[in-house]
Design a protein around this ligand. Sequence first.
Ligand code: PMP
Length: 506
Amino acid sequence: MARYDSILDTIGNTPLVRLARLAPPHVEVWAKVESMNPMGSVKDRMARAVVERARARGHLAPGQTVIEATSGNTGIGLAMVCARLGHPLVVTMAENFSIERRRLLRFLGAQVVLTPASEKGTGMLNKAVELADAHGWYLCRQFENEANADIHTETTAREILDDFDGDGPDFFVSGFGTGGTLKGVARGLKACRPSIRVVAAEPDNAPLLGSRVPQPRDEAGRPSGSHPSFRPHLMQGWSPDFVSKLTEEAQDLGLVDRVVGVSGEDAMERARALAREEGIFAGTSSGATLAATLLVASEAPEGSRIVCMLPDTGERYLSTPLFEGVAEEMDADERAISRSTPSQRFDVTAPAPTPGPRPERPAVREREPVDEEAERFVDEEAERFVDEVVAENHVVMFALAWCEFCWSARKLFAHLAVDFRSVDLDSVPFQRDDLGGRIRAVLSKRTGASTIPQIYVGGKWIGGCTDLFDAYAGGALDHSLCAAGNAPKIDPNDLLPAWIHPRGDA
Ligand code: PMP
């Protein structure tokens, strides 16, 4: 165990893991597992290197905004680096990249500007250049920034060489997006082991390198449009619609010995095999690199040591075709396992699944017998609090932070853009002298309802979550929730916790 001053110091030194089950027996296949970086991808290395070099060279001032065009992993790495070093970050991203990437970026404090999918990688890059020029932001230019390749020579390649201690590897297989990994690692490995064969993998339907067609470029050497061989493909992070400067340099320097095309189907099949047979959870481009690696392995001499880059974690692909067919509900086998013992079964306790209208909602509001002694007790402080908060706020919800029904009500208010005061009875300010519990007792005495949430609109008690939903669905709240007219009508049932919905469980 080590101690670190910064999360940035935990980047790199990723493990090299033997693929004992998937590799053919006559060779050794070793995976460089880049998901072990703090933000789960190889791009953490580049993000740190680019930002630190820009700061060191005075191209990036303290607090200055950083901007980059990225399909996600670079942005996520940059978001971590910028968060730690105190730079705002703006990311431009084509709208077709996975939703979780956008949300992750925003969670890390970055702003994401989407660009039309039809404009591909070139579109997001052009937008980033335009925004950087217009606002004086620092543009990382990961596709041409030498710091991107240099960090892979200094760290990734060095780590691999050290791990083999002079006795390997014989092959290195990698895809390319910016080409930073390909150029940087290949250069580092070849400098120490000239005999190593470097294999670049690319989508078989977008043979940017394999076609040997040159990339159209402008006078400044920048790609001037899509490469004629580019076609959309499944390997996010691989082959943008142009050959980057770093990738072209890798080729021009003679660092690439072979180019292998991989189909999207093979990529996904191999990513699944990595998870199920080696227990390594990696993304689509990792599956694709493995597919190319296994082809190389099948032809490699006995005893060869082959290194395969696995650029990121599979968690980044939950909403992509990689997870298609991975069910949310129990399948027939899982239901049979469930039924093999008596308790916790849906088939016994749940009503038979009936397609069509939703079943009755569960009662979330129950009335309890009035406790007469409690009835006579007057808690002035709690009474006054309820009176004041209801008088001062148009919409008030007495809530518990953990309560899912409160969250459902919050979602409706958010949808309607309604400002509301949430009195979280279990939060720290209400723990003093059990104020929260006493307020709850006052509410229960006044309304006859002992459950939470309890909602007031315009000084009037509405009831709990389902009462709120009923009132909304019936139009009763259209006037009292001022913004209601602007928001599209929704079925509030969709906002209830997922576990309430009926299961198709035979
Ligand atoms: N795979 C994934 C998932 C990526 O995000 C990237 C980076 N865009 C790559 C592979 C390619 O890495 P590089 O940019 O260093 O070529």
